[in-house]
Design a protein around this ligand. Structure first.
Ligand code: MRU
Length: 352
């Protein structure tokens, strides 16, 4: 099931906030619709947010009705609106910058429809590149999956969170396709329950054996010697290999270290932010308190008026991470700098 689909002049968005109970789509006709869908987490997961924002940018260009001269300032406003939807996943800013660069390259194209066509093609490439990168992440990641493995994952880093196939789930899918016996333990991932609502659902659809657990059970299964590997996605990776991912990832990583279990992060290079030296500099989104006080927006589980905190992500320091699986290979956090284009051109003449 695709999280987004471009329909020529609108973006069909699968409303992930309703899954798995209801399969509902939003047909986004404007950049404001896309911004709202990202804010409400109808589309979520770092790479999927980036691809949706790219199409939001396209919708802005389609909505514009002025002359060629005024397009750039209008698109600056569109970009600003899309950029404030969610602060942590860097793919959002990466995709918007790619769209902005493409628009700037069109400075000598006079016909507005020609410019729009260029932008539609660029957004399509962002989504397509992500699918291709996930396949490669799967191929590389498969190398670290034992023939028989119980894998623990947190949140959803699957098809729904990406252009398709998934990052962490892409590795699991590749291992299954390679004939390995994998069983996945899925943290339910409070407060929004992406683990139980989305990951468990995706794996069940693919006939991959899955056991759903609550977040506070992870240590129990590790202590019993049941978990052989932890695999998660990422929303932003800092230059030193610190990783921002769904709240609770840090606790899983510490537990994994304590129990001597390898802890891998699967993410495309579009998720690496070399402009930030450490994870401390990654902005952490604070989401509405109702996500904590009210389960799936329906059942109140907290006393009225209680103080609530709801950071949506945490930072896992590089020292807890065994390796980062990218479309260019697997890197220890220390060797991640090899992927930095600036470092590459200085040290290795552009080759890894
Ligand atoms: O708040 P969400 O659901 O957008 O958070 C998603 C995650 O934290 C995922 O693990 C991450 O984006 C990796 S998705 C390939």
């Amino acid at each position: 099931m695709k999280s987004i689909e471009w329909l020529g002049n609108s973006l069909k968005i699968l409303d992930q906030s309703k899954l798995p109970v209801e399969t509902v789509y939003r047909n986004a006709l404007s950049y404001k619709d896309v911004a709202e869908a990202i804010e409400h987490m109808e589309v979520r997961g770092a790479p999927a947010i980036g691809a949706a924002a790219a199409y939001g940018f396209v919708l802005g260009a389609l909505e514009y009705s002025g002359n060629r001269e005024g397009l750039t300032s209008f698109m600056d406003m569109v970009q600003d609106r899309l950029a404030v939807t969610r602060p942590t996943a860097v793919n959002l800013f990466w995709a918007l910058r790619r769209m902005e660069d493409r628009l700037r390259e069109c400075w000598d194209v006079d016909d507005l429809d020609d410019v729009r066509q260029v932008l539609i093609e660029e957004a399509g490439r962002i989504a397509e590149d992500d699918r291709r990168m996930n396949r490669l992440i799967g191929e590389y990641g498969n190398e670290i999956v034992p023939e028989k493995a119980n894998i623990l994952t947190h949140c959803n880093a699957g098809s729904l969170a990406t252009g398709g196939y998934g990052t962490a789930l892409g590795v699991i899918r590749a291992a299954k396709e390679a004939g390995k016996k994998v069983h996945v333990f899925v943290d339910e991932t409070r407060p929004v329950l992406q683990g139980s609502r989305l990951t468990a659902w995706e794996l069940k659809e693919d006939n991959i054996p899955v056991t759903l657990i609550t977040d506070n059970m992870a240590g129990y299964f590790m202590a019993k010697g049941i978990i052989s590997l932890c695999l998660v996605g990422a929303d932003r990776v800092a230059a030193n290999g610190d990783v921002a991912n769904k709240i609770g990832t840090y606790s899983v990583a510490i537990l994994a270290k304590e129990h001597g279990i390898p802890f891998y992060v699967a993410a495309p290079t579009s998720t690496i932010d070399f402009s930030l030296s450490t994870g401390e500099k990654i902005p952490i989104e604070e989401r509405p308190s109702t996500e904590v006080s009210c389960v799936v927006g329906k059942v109140n589980v907290a006393p009225p008026g209680i103080s609530i905190a709801n950071p949506a992500f945490d930072i896992t320091p590089a020292r807890y991470i065994t390796g980062i699986i990218t479309e260019k290979g697997i890197f220890t956090p220390k060797r991640l700098s090899l992927l930095n284009k600036k470092t590459l051109s200085r040290r290795n003449h552009g080759k890894i």
